[in-house]
Design a protein around this ligand. Sequence first.
Ligand SMILES: Nc1ncnc2c1ncn2[C@@H]1O[C@H](COP(=O)(O)OP(=O)(O)OP(=O)(O)O)[C@@H](O)[C@H]1O
Ligand SMILES: [Mg+2]
Length: 303
Amino acid sequence: MAKVISFINYKGGVGKTTTTYHIGCALAMFAPRKRVLLIDADPQTNLTFLCSDFVAWESRLKTHGSLETLYAAYIENRKISIRDIIWQKPMNRPELSGVDLVPSDIELLDIDLRLQSKTRAATTIQEIAETHLEQRSILQKAIAEVANDYEYILIDCPPNLYLATQNALYASDGFLVTLMPDHFSTVGVNFLDRKIQQLLRERSLAEQIVNPTAGDTKTLPFHLCFVKVNVTAGRTQLVAQEQMALVRRMPRFADKCFKAITEDFKDIREATTEQCPVFLNDPGSQNDNNYRRMAEEFGTKFA
Ligand SMILES: Nc1ncnc2c1ncn2[C@@H]1O[C@H](COP(=O)(O)OP(=O)(O)OP(=O)(O)O)[C@@H](O)[C@H]1O
Ligand SMILES: [Mg+2]
């Protein structure tokens, strides 16, 4: 049965996609090799274009659709299977044959508005709670169908906490927050934590309204990892070290931070330009080593 993990941060450009991709590829590449499904939940489609080029994606979209197709089917009351959308082995490399993808599409951009347009005029608390759960469980129900086909399902979330991210959260067994160790991220991590816990409490409340015998507040295991850490000697490096130490000392996060970090090097930028994980594009490089260690830790922490 797959472990479903979301990569979340409402901040943009903090390594969510790069980390989802590299951890997914590492889990599939290195012994004991795992079967991995990557889900691109972001209309920016960055994870999709790390796995595929534009032409292949465009032709695939016409025949099999994308994550957006799943939500559209819900909105239009059509039955659809995620199996029809899953793109098997999108990366055409033997080392990465264990990775499948649910691609994204820019059409996901207004999914919140479209989902909300389906909201029924509710007259009772029960109906409000039912709609709340229904609109946030679309991905969870779809994933349940293929949960036995994979060891890990990794969801790359957009930089917000709206309905696409909430669907990811409801489908997840845990989540990983990627953080850049700067002042704004450190301040933001407390807000993000509170907000996610609030979303999980709302879910629990809705479940208890729909089913009064349902259990109490759900909590999800979560971890933090520092990425793009500046290691060039100077003031920025010092700030990065200070901010990492600050978060690692916070009682709430002390046992939740990964030891492994990724460093701000061109090996990653070059690998992403080549649409190739750093393990294959630049073996022996700093972030080849960093992401291998991060993936090992990921496997232990989300076992
Ligand atoms: N360790 C690293 N070293 C250098 N560059 C990195 C590293 N990790 C990520 N990057 C670069 O930082 C940029 C942002 O990363 P990424 O797209 O993964 O962030 P994101 O959180 O998914 O962004 P968004 O919120 O827009 O989806 C990319 O150009 C990526 O190549
Ligand atoms: Mg991203």
